[in-house]
Design a binder for this molecule. Sequence first.
Ligand code: ZN
Length: 84
Amino acid sequence: MAKAAEKQFSCPSCGGEMIQKSRARLSIVGLCMSASVAMAFVFPGFWVPGIILALTGIYLLVWATFGQARWCRTCKAFRAKAAE
Ligand SMILES: [Zn+2]
């Protein structure tokens, strides 16, 4: 179970290098980004970036929770599965 936080995999789409992010770190970043939408109550002009940040935060949280938290550097996207 004690794997390195950023073990390498290859991407099923492009065959490029994938890294596995720390789920704990992703969760913290996702929570902070989601919470940032509260800034919109103080700064009315912050709604649009706030919502984008919140959606990105939720995306990160979902990936940290349900996905493998594996990120392809070439596709710039998370992948549920990777060729090991
Ligand atoms: Zn890829």
